[in-house]
Design a protein around this ligand. Structure first.
Ligand SMILES: Cc1cc2nc3c(=O)[nH]c(=O)nc-3n(C[C@H](O)[C@H](O)[C@H](O)COP(=O)(O)OP(=O)(O)OC[C@H]3O[C@@H](n4cnc5c(N)ncnc54)[C@H](O)[C@@H]3O)c2cc1C
Length: 187
C-alpha cells in the first residue's frame, strides 16, 4: 500500500499556472469577439464570488453581454474549451446558485429591456435581465401581472425568477390564483 505523503502547497503551483494561462487565453478570445465587457481581473472575480447566501466561489471570469450575439459567442468559446458557464441576474439567491468556478454571464447590466407586451395574448417578450417590478409595472396598465413575486421583486430579474422557479413572498394563495393556467412566459 503506498504511504500517504503530506500535501505540499508547491505541488499545486504548476496546475494553478496552467489554469491561469487557460483563463487568460479565454479572456483574450472573448474580448476579441464580443462587444460587451470581459472581466477576468481579480477585483471583478471577487465581486462576483458571492450572492446573498453564505457561499463563496471565485469565478474563472465574468462576461457582461450587450446582446444575444455576445451570449452565443461566450457559450461557444467556453464550450470549445470545456469551461462551465453560469447565468446571473441580480445575485439575490439564497443558496449559492450564482457562485461557482465558471464563467459568470451577468444579464442585468445591458440585457434588461422589455421588448414587447401583447395584452390580448397575455404574453411579454423580455430580455432576461429585466427587473421583476419593471415588467409588473408595465403590465399593470393592461390589468395584467407577472405571477412570481419574490420579496426581492424590486431587484430580482426575470432570468433569476425562472432559474430559481421563484414564487411569491406571501402565503402562496396569490400565486395559485395568478398562476392558474399560465406559464412563466405568460403574463
Ligand atoms: C431577503 C430575500 C427574500 C427572498 N424572498 C424570496 C421569495 O419570496 N420567493 C422566492 O422565490 N425567492 C426569494 N428570494 C430569492 C431570490 O431573490 C429569488 O429567487 C429571485 O427570483 C432571484 O432573482 P435574481 O435575479 O437575483 O437571480 P440570481 O440569484 O442572479 O440567479 C438565480 C438563478 O437563476 C440563474 N439565472 C439567472 N439568470 C439567468 C439567465 N439569464 N439564464 C439562465 N440562468 C439564469 C442563476 O444561475 C441562478 O441559478 C429571496 C431572497 C432574499 C435575499
Amino acid at each position: 500500500m503506498p504511504a500517504l505523503q503530506p500535501r505540499s502547497p508547491a505541488a499545486s503551483l504548476p496546475v494553478q499556472r496552467r489554469r491561469r494561462g487557460a483563463a487568460a487565453d479565454l479572456a483574450e478570445a472573448l474580448a476579441a469577439r464580443i462587444g460587451g465587457e470581459v472581466r477576468f481581473d481579480p477585483a471583478s472575480r471577487a465581486l462576483y464570488a458571492t450572492d446573498l447566501s453564505i457561499y463563496r466561489q471565485v469565478p474563472i471570469g465574468v462576461v457582461i453581454p450587450k446582446d444575444v450575439a455576445d451570449v452565443e459567442a461566450t457559450v461557444e468559446a467556453c464550450r470549445a474549451r470545456d469551461v462551465p458557464i453560469l447565468g446571473r441576474g441580480c445575485g439575490t439567491s439564497l443558496s449559492g446558485q450564482t457562485c461557482n468556478v465558471a464563467v459568470v454571464i451577468d444579464f442585468s447590466k445591458y440585457m434588461n429591456r422589455i421588448l414587447a407586451i401583447d395584452p390580448d395574448g397575455r404574453r411579454a417578450r423580455v430580455q432576461p435581465g429585466v427587473i421583476n417590478d419593471q415588467l409588473r409595472n408595465a403590465a399593470k396598465k393592461y390589468g395584467l401581472t407577472f405571477a412570481p413575486d419574490p420579496a426581492t421583486h424590486a431587484y430580482c430579474t426575470l432570468g433569476g425568477n425562472i432559474g430559481n422557479n421563484s414564487c411569491t413572498h406571501g402565503d402562496g394563495r396569490q400565486d395559485r390564483r395568478q398562476c392558474r393556467g399560465t406559464r412563466h412566459s405568460d403574463l
